[in-house]
Design a protein around this ligand. Structure first.
Ligand SMILES: Cc1cc2nc3c(=O)[nH]c(=O)nc-3n(C[C@H](O)[C@H](O)[C@H](O)COP(=O)(O)OP(=O)(O)OC[C@H]3O[C@@H](n4cnc5c(N)ncnc54)[C@H](O)[C@@H]3O)c2cc1C
Length: 116
């Protein structure tokens, strides 16, 4: 069987650019196809990437780009709409902090890194 040299990645959101980077690292040239003609800049809310996610991004060299657009999160404090404190959750003991970021910033960092 011939070795795989090229691949199509369907979806250019968060996983798409990272998959393309991983394929390239494995010697496979990937083309990412996105259904929307416009980018997702400015669309979305907040999300968090845990240390294992950052480690995975490090394998494809995208961890620094993502760290640069996120805030280190050592604990989470929940409040209601009026600001009343509902609870507090500690971070993961013995691990580097998770990264809290805006989905559009994560999207842009991964998109730019994959293009570069
Ligand atoms: C615009 C947007 C905003 C989001 N905002 C948040 C948020 O604020 N907080 C949060 O926790 N999660 C958010 N999510 C979801 C989160 O990004 C994903 O669940 C998670 O990152 C998984 O990434 P993914 O690449 O698997 O999926 P997504 O990030 O959803 O990316 C999938 C991509 O595939 C494209 N696609 C789908 N079908 C096809 C097709 N047939 N052909 C070509 N392209 C296709 C979509 O247009 C999309 O760009 C958002 C998703 C999107 C699309």
């Amino acid at each position: 069987m011939a070795a795989v040299k090229t691949a199509l990645v369907i979806g250019g959101g968060i996983a798409g650019p990272v998959t393309a980077l991983a394929l390239r690292k494995a010697g496979i040239e990937a083309t990412v196809y996105e259904a929307y003609e416009i980018t997702a800049d400015g669309v979305g809310g907040q999300l968090t990437i845990a240390p294992n996610g950052l480690d995975a991004l490090g394998i494809v060299g995208a961890d620094d780009a993502v760290r640069a657009v996120g805030l280190p999160m050592v604990r989470t404090i929940m409040t209601d709409g009026s600001g009343r404190r509902m609870g507090e959750f500690p971070g993961l003991v013995g691990l580097p902090p998770s990264r809290a970021l805006w989905r559009p910033d994560l999207y842009r960092a991964l998109h730019d890194h994959a293009l570069a």
